[in-house]
Write a protein that binds this ligand. Structure first.
Ligand code: FE2
Length: 326
């Protein structure tokens, strides 16, 4: 229509509309509540994009980095994490680090190294106790978790409460399964008691369920649907393709996968593992080489929608991300 231009109000994050002959006007929040309103302006041919002020908070983007194995795993995190955080506008990074010391455990020095890379909280698992020097360190570094359902009196804790760099309060709970693993305390009832300890003003809650079987992890996902923002599985080191958001708003994946070398068997040199299967003799395993990957999930929250039954933010999406060393 001659002499008229179209006005558009878009939803989504702040963006630049740089198309020639068009004009962008950003006047407010990165999370407008109005979406795709089209109209006609009584002058000119230019298309204008208007972003409307509103009071809602920016959505939260949380990256969970799957089990970091040995020096290759630490190296790819060092090389790739900062760019990923910048490119995807990530507000909070959490990682499982129980295999970061040559595949078995984590040391105080390596924990500090990972924290200095931009990881806010490091979760653990069955290997959390492998390095004896970490036992004295655990009570002094609350950002280094071990599964909460180990016996009372063990060093450290399995729950961390903090604030992301965008100011949003969050909590991370680390649990361990019992099927084909050490028969520790019930992770389901431990989840109940630990979640009850999280303050009401915490918006985002993530659970790392470190377990061997898909069924135990999936059961935990359903058990916590509507009570936490995300349940992510770790330990098996093989990424699963079942990431989704449960009906009550909890993001879920059975296993995030491994951050480390995929040229072996779940991070260890394949020749030693094959020999172990052939002869059954005790063996010393070395970290594998080749095909180093960083496997992660990116969880995006739904700040516009209603809170879940526990008053936490619901997840809107969960996305698998796999990076390779070039
Ligand atoms: Fe593990």
């Amino acid at each position: 229509m001659h002499g008229l231009s179209r006005w558009r109000v878009s939803s989504g994050r702040k963006e630049e509309d740089t198309r020639a002959g068009q004009e962008s006007l950003t006047v407010g929040s990165w999370r407008p509540t109005i979406s795709e309103v089209h109209g006609l302006a009584p002058h000119g041919q230019a298309v204008r994009s208007i972003f409307v002020f509103c009071s809602v908070k920016e959505s939260m983007r949380v990256l969970f980095v799957g089990d970091i194995v040995g020096s290759p795993g630490r190296q790819i995190v060092r090389d790739r994490l900062a760019d990923l955080v910048a490119q995807r506008q990530i507000d909070l990074v959490i990682a499982n680090g129980e295999n970061s010391a040559s595949g078995f455990g984590i040391t105080p020095r390596l924990a500090e190294e990972l924290l200095n890379m931009g990881i806010a909280v490091i979760s653990g698992g069955n290997h959390s106790w492998d390095r004896k020097e970490v036992l004295e360190f655990l009570p002094h570094e609350p950002r280094l978790l071990r599964p909460a359902n180990f016996p009372e009196g063990n060093p450290g804790g399995g729950l961390y409460v903090g604030a992301a760099k965008n100011g949003v309060k969050f909590a991370v709970l680390n649990l361990q399964g019992r099927v084909f693993m050490t028969p520790i305390d019930d992770p389901f009832r431990k989840a109940d008691s630990e979640l009850a300890r999280i303050p009401e003003d915490v918006d985002f809650v993530l659970v790392d369920m470190h377990a061997e079987t898909t069924s135990e992890k999936l059961a935990m996902g359903w058990y916590l649907d509507g009570r936490v923002t995300a349940v992510v599985g770790t330990h098996t080191h093989v990424a699963t393709a079942d990431e989704h958001v449960f009906p009550e708003g909890t993001a879920y994946i059975t296993d995030v996968g491994m951050t480390g070398p995929h040229g072996g068997v779940i991070g260890m040199d394949r020749n030693g593992i094959i020999a172990k299967f052939l002869n059954g003799l005790p063996a010393r395993f070395e970290v594998a080489t080749g095909d180093v990957q960083m496997n992660c999930v990116l969880i995006e929250t739904d700040d516009d929608g209603p809170r879940n039954a526990a008053g936490r933010i619901r997840a809107r999406a969960i996305e698998r991300i796999r990076l390779h060393i070039d």
